[in-house]
Design a protein around this ligand. Structure first.
Ligand SMILES: [Mn+2]
Length: 269
């Protein structure tokens, strides 16, 4: 079927078979809700996986922070579910209170500890947040809380830098993501995390795993096992999407949003 530029509507959502999102951290100041809203409005899928840390219960306990944009993210997800998108929510450590509802189903929204997703080309992928491996990776809750407060400072610096960059007309840049890739022990933590996740996929005899938790988007192959990490919406604004033939891809929305907008503008001409 050929479509001329003229017949394309101005707003044509990018359609995927599946969208995987994690580590949104609603209720936390560092959450990039505006980028996420833009993403949710621009995309559509048959199934949406929420791979944990969607809410940040740790931050919400400290102080109540719930701006309109965070509510709009919740509303956007609920309206997708109401419009027929199947939503599968596998809570993480920051929204572990949602784990009380494991096994429950609210209309189109299922809450589970883990799920198995089958891609269009028949690969079976274990879906889970990933904090389940923290003990194996030997990162104590105490350490992760200290890390989390340092991380908070870094993200405040990140917001300041990006505010200044936006004044100068420069694109978004993540200092936390930049530093994380430089620091050696973080690298070895990531390596051990990936290994633990891949081992668990092998033990469960699936073709691969989709997780979040470490805020580093990636699709990698370890032997014959696929390791997918959806990234986050605090620093990197990433999602993993599955196309209609089963191909998997990481979208970096701070880069993609501009491309999509250019395409829509071109199509609208
Ligand atoms: Mn987490």
């Amino acid at each position: 079927m050929s479509v001329t530029a003229k017949t394309l509507p101005l707003h044509h959502p990018l359609r995927y078979r599946t969208i995987f999102l994690s580590d949104i951290h609603l209720g936390f100041k560092g959450c990039q809700a505006d980028f996420l809203l833009d993403f949710l409005n621009a995309t559509d899928s048959d199934t949406l996986y929420l791979v944990g840390d969607i809410f940040d219960g740790w931050e919400m306990k400290k102080k109540s922070y719930w701006p309109a944009s965070h509510q709009q993210v919740v509303n956007a997800i609920l309206s997708k579910a109401a419009a027929g998108t199947r939503v599968v929510y596998t809570p993480g450590n920051h929204d572990e209170s949602a784990r009380h509802y494991r096994g429950h189903r609210f209309d189109n929204i299922e809450i589970r500890d883990t799920a198995v997703h089958e891609t269009a080309d028949g690969r079976r992928l274990l879906v889970l947040h990933g904090d389940q491996f923290d003990t194996i990776v030997q990162c104590s809750p105490w350490l992760s809380k200290v890390g989390s407060s340092m991380y908070g400072h870094l993200l405040r610096l990140n917001r300041l830098i990006n505010f200044l960059r936006s004044l100068l007309g420069l694109p978004y840049w993540s200092i936390a993501a930049h530093l994380k890739h430089k620091v050696k022990n973080v690298m070895s933590y990531i390596g051990r995390f990936e290994e633990a996740v891949v081992n668990s996929a092998r033990a469960q005899k699936v073709n691969g795993v989709v997780c979040g938790h470490i805020h580093k988007a990636e699709i990698a192959r370890f032997g014959d096992t696929l390791y997918c990490n959806t990234g986050d919406w605090v620093e990197s604004c990433t999602a993993m999407v599955e196309g209609h033939n089963g191909e998997l891809q990481i979208l970096r929305w701070t880069e993609q949003a501009q491309c999509h907008r250019d395409e829509v503008l071109l199509a609208g001409r």
